[in-house]
Ligand binder design. Structure first.
Ligand code: PMP
Length: 433
């Protein structure tokens, strides 16, 4: 399909300008519309479930800043918390009471006993892996193909998200030494994990997994998969690192742990717990976390970690997300899935609408997708036409076939009317692709 920028002239101008001073014109690759083509929309503002671009066009937001904005944009309680925190000073490099409150809230809702705040999901997983190695004295780690854990050197192999979008098996700049202790296995394949433990006795520091995968599209763990990882890790003295950066505080008030009750020895968080500002966290068993500096020898630090404004945004978001919000997320994910599925069905396109909790994905495949190989084998070439038809009708879906769609509690009848109007045309475009 030909993609023109005639309906986004100001975005096109800014993208041009950005491209001369920012590599690829964006500060994170999937924003660039790399696999769908066309002009990325530069956003001027957002409110509730609506994004407004610099050309003055409105979109129903189904990306939600890649997860954080469960309350919708510019939620009054969050904005007020940020304003009042900012008035009290932006950063001190010294501890504050708010950090304790946020840590207590995370400990209260999840399986972790202690938590350390950081600035991004990448930092959280990087630190969790270092801690797992430092605690266990082992070097090897196991990850799953199609899972993305941030741009940590050791975790980029066969990663999802932008690496899937741009079809990159790994990244230049990651040395053999950095990746040779990483074992990559197919997601949802417990037998493969069992074999790897048998072949590497006493050598595996941790298994890291997305609690429910969202970075190859939404692919939930098959029944028994997370439980099996838990059992195998315990049997073999390895730590289980549950990456809940995407699922945490989104799929339930306790994240995916609230869905299947499988506790990692370490768990990573980000996105929702930051309210949209840069904050993330990792936590876990107190005996493991006790190995972290300054309590223990495993070093980890951050000038802006626990930043008072980010902490205020996170606390306000988590407090505002009451049961009504989680009920709305469930309802909205189901409605979105139904509207997309009905339209694709009517257009006669083979497809799967998949859910991982309240994360949603469309795969152009005739069987449920359970791992990365199946996700890649789907008819991803239909996605650009689907995406651009939605976009031109005011619906902002993720610009990649390998990403989850994120709903907010702010989606209202008008938003769903717009999705319902756009979906049949998008499905027809996908069918004709
Ligand atoms: N882990 C998971 C499961 C993620 O989805 C992401 C980001 N999409 C990360 C880690 C990395 O987080 P960040 O982009 O904040 O570094």
């Amino acid at each position: 399909m030909t993609v023109t920028s005639h309906d986004a002239p100001r975005s096109a101008q800014l993208f041009d300008r950005a491209s001369s001073v920012i590599p690829g014109g964006v500060n994170s690759p999937v924003r660039a519309f790399g696999s769908v083509g066309g002009t990325p929309r530069f956003i001027a503002s957002a409110k509730g479930s609506t994004l407004t671009d610099v050309d003055g066009k409105d979109y129903v937001d189904l990306v939600c800043s890649w997860g954080p904005m469960i309350l919708g944009h510019a939620h009054p309680a969050v904005v007020e918390a940020v304003r009042s925190a900012a008035l009290g000073g932006l950063s001190f490099g010294a501890p504050t009471e708010g950090e304790i409150e946020l840590a207590e809230l995370i400990v209260d809702r999840t399986s972790v006993e202690q938590v350390r705040l950081v600035n991004s999901g990448t930092e959280a997983t990087m630190s969790a892996v270092r801690l797992a190695r430092g605690f266990s004295g082992r070097t090897k780690i196991v990850k799953f193909a199609g899972c993305y854990h941030g741009h940590v050197d050791a975790l980029l192999a066969e990663a999802g998200s932008g690496l899937a979008t741009f079809a990159l098996p790994t990244s230049p700049g990651v040395t053999g030494a950095q990746s040779s202790d990483t074992i990559v296995l197919p997601y949802n394949d417990l037998a493969a994990v069992e074999q790897v433990f048998a072949a590497n006795p006493g050598e595996i520091a941790c298994v890291i997994t997305e609690a429910a995968a969202g970075n190859m599209g939404a692919v939930a763990p098959l029944p028994g998969f997370n439980e099996g990882l838990r059992r195998l890790c315990t049997e073999h003295g390895a730590l289980l690192v549950m990456d809940e950066v995407m699922t945490g505080f989104r799929v339930s008030r306790s994240g995916w742990y609230g869905v299947d009750g499988v506790a990692g020895d370490l768990t990573t968080f980000g996105k929702v717990m930051s309210g949209g500002l840069p904050a993330a966290a990792f936590g876990g068993r107190a005996d493991v976390m006790g190995h972290l500096a300054p309590a223990g020898p495993v070093y980890q630090a951050g000038t802006l970690s626990g930043n008072p404004v980010a902490v205020a945004a996170g606390l306000a978001s988590l407090k505002a997300a009451d049961q009504d919000v989680y009920d709305a997320l469930e309802r909205n994910a189901a409605t979105l899935g139904r509207l997309l599925g009905d339209a694709l069905h009517a257009a006669g396109v083979r497809h799967q609408v998949q859910f991982a909790g309240t994360m949603v994905s469309v795969f152009f495949a005739d069987r449920p997708v359970t791992n990365y190989a199946e996700a890649k084998a789907s008819d991803t070439w239909r996605y650009p036409a689907f995406f651009h038809t939605l976009l031109s009708r005011g619906v902002y879906a993720p610009p990649s076939a390998f990403e989850a769609w994120f709903v907010s509690a702010a989606l209202d009848d008008a938003a769903f009317d717009r999705i319902a109007e756009a979906a049949p045309a998008a499905a027809a475009a996908a069918a004709a692709a």
